[in-house]
Design a protein around this ligand. Structure first.
Ligand code: PEP
Ligand code: MG
Length: 758
């Protein structure tokens, strides 16, 4: 494909990106293809997979009146053939083809040659792109290559535009009941109002929001402009002796654009039409940037990026006050393109009712926190829907199935209201289990611990009777600071937990930085952070950090006997041996300082496949092993735990995962070592049945999962779980396992724990 052709394709893609609604996006597309290939007809048919109909949505060359009215079933016509086969159809004389369907109102009579190309997005068929000509000829290789490349490149844009179209119809009331499918993040159902938290200084994620006080917004905006202009002028002065004048001029030019009268006027007009300052600024900047992007001169096109840069700077100044001024509704469903665990604390008091995030999967740290807080969450909508449009709208989220319902109908509100009621009932029943043991009816006892650390507040929010802390992630005290916390600071934090739970065990894990847990003052730049310098690899390379942390843990346990130390990301025996030597050294040091400290139990996280293969050698060396299923599944199945594109493949019931768990359990039994499971999968009611059969000693769960899992344990005889495990071992994929275990839960009246059927 020539660079000329690629440029043309890029231009078409941009014209779709820029359009403000579905119909202009599709019109830009068909017009762009016509201009590029000079064909007589170019049309786009959107495929509606709920009705199995292809609908003509835009055309260049056919009858415009047919747009939106011509609907052809998948089983009919050449367009249907493309949908059904998923293949490109290239025919020189279409009317003679057996699948040809004559549609009088389309005005197709003069056209004979036909090329139809499917548009697929992540395995879903979205639309059919068609070109037609009067002559009878087969379209050539170049044309097919152009259309196929274009179809793949625009699939994301079409999916997005389609969702935006639906969203707009829902919000304007033209349509009711629109559901968007994301990924379950944390269980539960909730109804509330969307509040969009936009990314710091990212204009594109700013929502439009109604303001009742345009005067105040105007003042804010004028002051932000003033600050941005001063800042840009200062930058230019700062570089006075460091950059040639020609380069410094760039900043002067920026300052000039920022103080441009037209920009000011257009934005203030928008503010007085009722949009708040950040939304009005976004609209103006997008309008300007769009004009630059449409220019043929490449230099001028690049200026679009300058416009956005400047817009972001102004936004930076607007933003600081904006969020603090915010009035939160009573039931906030927090929405953001990439919410981080810390964002949740921005919602005051107990108003946080649900979470919708563009990025993230059920095993990301955001989901783990939502679980712990018992707040329903749905994730993975990035690139699927314009999240900023959800602001201020009524939403329902179903954290069991990953469904997001926008502008719900009365019937939906009623139906989900009933489900919420029965869920509340279920939770009430579960609350009765709070002081009952996690024991199967035939007497097999499992200890239930909680995970802690992502938010220290958690313990006070969820009042569950835990038997101890099975995993304390020590990353947070490190993440929320500007420098490594001192030994003293760490000691205070750890002691609070050790003391609060004593004599129940408290398992402190050594620092597991790296991967997606970035310390702001210790940034590690790597192309593959999850396969890089992470967890124990970092601390073994930094004895000062490792020893400081271990000493803090040991000192914090003075006078108590409940400390356990857990080592993350162990992938070889030498790492384990070196880590154990560090623990001994730290213990000797604090003892030499005169402290009486009991030597702690030492455990290894099993979360890397090599640790599964060496489980016997590892088990021999430690007091306990703890399986981190989040990472183990990620590394075993080669699925990034944070990547929403592959989230549905992240499967705790995959036979390879079950085999790994079974091998770990055998080794723990052989060496008589305590076996704990501490990843999120331990809170999966289906997997929990099998974990009973594997004779695990303890599960460490998000607080929100504890009672659900206790109810599973109290409903399954150990013997029955073993029988199920035997059956499951025969299956070569997880589907029959899921069906079998779901049925078993339902038979015991626990179907509500998974809502698998939803
Ligand atoms: C895990 O990997 O399962 C685990 C418990 O650790 P983290 O989620 O902190 O990586
Ligand atoms: Mg882990």
């Amino acid at each position: 494909m020539t660079s000329y052709t690629l440029n043309t394709i890029h231009k078409i893609v941009k014209s779709i990106d820029r359009s403000t609604d579905l119909s202009s996006a599709l019109n830009n597309l068909v017009q762009g293809i016509h201009d590029a290939l000079n064909v007589d007809v170019c049309s786009l048919y959107l495929s509606d997979n709920t009705t199995d109909m292809n609908i003509l949505m835009a055309t260049y060359g056919l009858n415009q009146d047919a747009v939106g009215t011509v609907e052809i079933p998948y089983s009919e016509g050449l367009v249907g053939l493309v949908t059904q086969t998923g293949e490109t159809v290239n025919i020189e004389n279409a009317p003679t083809h057996p699948r040809f369907k004559y549609i009088p109102e389309a005005g197709e009579d003069p056209f004979f040659s036909f090329l139809g190309v499917p548009i697929n997005h992540h395995g879903e068929h979205l639309a059919v792109l068609v070109i037609q000509e009067e002559s009878t000829r087969r379209f050539g290789d170049q044309e097919i290559a152009f259309m196929t490349t274009l179809a793949t490149m625009i699939s994301g844009n079409i999916a997005f535009a389609k969702a935006r179209g639906l969203l707009e119809d829902l919000l304007s009331g033209t349509k009711t009941s629109g559901q968007f499918k994301g990924i379950p993040g944390a269980p539960g159902i909730t109804i509330g109002e969307g509040v969009v938290l936009y990314n710091p200084v990212d204009l594109s994620s700013v929502p439009n929001r109604y303001t009742a006080n345009p005067e105040k917004e105007e003042t804010r905006f004028r002051s932000a402009i003033q600050k941005a202009v001063t800042e840009l002028q200062n930058i230019s002065q700062l570089y006075e002796n460091k950059l040639p004048e020609a380069d410094r001029l760039l900043f002067d030019a920026y300052a000039l654009i920022a103080s441009d009268k037209e920009l000011l006027k257009a934005t203030i007009e928008r503010i007085h039409e009722g949009n708040w300052a950040p939304g009005a600024l976004k609209e103006t900047i997008e309008e300007y940037a769009g004009q630059f992007e449409n220019m043929d001169n490449e230099y001028m096109r690049e200026r679009a990026n300058d416009m956005r840069d400047i817009g972001n700077r102004i936004l930076g100044y607007l933003q600081a006050e904006a969020e603090s001024d915010r009035d939160y509704p009573d039931k906030v469903i927090l929405v953001g393109e990439n919410l981080s665990p810390l964002d949740l604390s921005k919602v005051p008091g107990n108003k946080l009712a649900g979470i919708v995030s563009g990025h993230g999967s059920g095993y990301s740290h955001l989901a783990i926190l939502a679980h712990a807080l018992n707040i329903p969450a749905v994730l993975g909508f990035f690139g699927q829907i314009p999240m900023s449009k959800l602001d201020g709208n009524k939403l329902i989220i179903d954290g069991y199935s990953g469904q997001l319902i926008v502008a719900p109908s009365e019937t939906e509100l009623e139906a989900y209201g009933e489900t919420i009621d029965s869920e509340t009932e279920l939770l009430k029943d579960l609350a009765d289990l709070n002081d009952k043991p996690a024991e199967t009816p035939d007497g097999y006892r499992i200890k239930l611990y909680t995970n802690m650390g992502l938010l220290t507040r958690v313990r006070h929010l969820i009042d569950v009777a835990t038997e101890g802390i099975g995993l304390y992630r020590t990353e947070l005290p490190f993440m929320v600071k500007d420098n490594f916390p001192s030994e003293e600071e760490q000691c205070t934090i750890y002691r609070q937990v050790i003391e609060a739970y004593a004599p129940r065990p408290v398992t402190l894990r050594t620092l597991d930085a790296g991967g997606d847990k970035v310390l702001p003052y210790f940034k590690i730049k790597e192309p593959n952070p999850f396969l890089g310098w992470r967890g124990i690899r970092v601390t073994l390379d930094h004895p000062e950090i490792m020893l400081g942390q271990l000493r803090a843990m040991l000192r914090a346990s003075e006078g108590f006997e409940n400390l356990k130390i857990l080592l993350p990301m162990i992938s070889s025996t030498s790492e384990l041996d070196r880590s154990i030597r560090f623990i001994h050294r730290a213990h000797e040091q604090v003892r030499d300082e005169g402290l009486e400290i009991k030597f702690p139990q030492i455990g290894a996280m099993i979360e890397v496949p090599s640790a599964v293969y060496q489980i016997n050698q590892i088990a021999k060396r430690v007091d306990f092993v703890s399986v981190g299923t989040n990472d183990l599944i990620q590394y075993l199945l080669a699925i990034d735990r944070n990547n929403e594109l592959v989230a549905k493949l992240f499967d705790p019931l995959h036979p390879a995962v079950l085999k790994a768990l079974s091998d770990i359990a055998k080794a723990a039994k052989k060496y008589d070592k305590h076996l704990s499971i501490c990843g999120e999968a331990a809170g999966d009611p289906l997997l929990a049945i099998l974990l009973i059969a594997l004779s695990v000693d303890s599960l460490s769960l998000s607080a929100g999962d504890l009672l659900r899992i206790k109810s599973v344990i109290r409903s399954f005889n150990y013997e029955d779980a073993v029988k199920l495990w035997k059956k499951v071992q025969k299956f070569d994929n997880s589907e029959p396992t899921r069906l079998l275990l779901t049925r078993e839960l339902e038979d015991r009246g626990l179907g509500g724990l998974t809502r698998a059927g939803k």
